[in-house]
Design a protein around this ligand. Structure first.
Ligand SMILES: Cc1cc2nc3c(=O)[nH]c(=O)nc-3n(C[C@H](O)[C@H](O)[C@H](O)COP(=O)(O)O)c2cc1C
Length: 93
């Protein structure tokens, strides 16, 4: 998966807020685990990976390959590209 990189001091951001800090944007499993173990975040949200993988948690738990997201179907106004990505082992319809 493509990982976005932005010039942000995540430690400074985390330290400036006393509540639970949820990180988001460009995280995959490895980057999320790193952020959690560094203490840079308390939890991590996944957007596009979840959109393309309805069984994302299972795939991460089992270290399975992910479906690639098709950005051409983002914001399309129909269920296509939102609810029709296959679960692991299913064929794309
Ligand atoms: C197709 C699409 C639809 C989204 N819809 C919403 C939404 O309705 N509300 C929202 O707060 N964020 C929405 N987002 C943003 C995601 O929740 C998330 O913040 C963003 O994709 C960055 O996280 P990621 O790199 O894990 O995808 C949407 C993103 C995409 C690609």
């Amino acid at each position: 998966m493509m990982s976005k990189s932005v010039n942000v001091d995540y430690r400074a951001l985390r330290d400036s807020y006393n509540g639970l800090y949820m990180a988001n944007c460009g995280y995959d499993k490895a980057r999320a685990n790193q952020s959690l173990s560094n203490g840079d975040s308390d939890l991590v949200a996944f957007g596009v990976p979840f959109l393309a993988n309805p069984d994302l948690v299972y795939r991460y738990q089992q270290n399975l390959a992910l479906n690639d997201a098709d950005s051409d179907t983002f914001y399309g106004g129909t269920e296509h590209g939102y609810t029709d990505y296959p679960f692991f082992g299913q064929k794309m319809t």
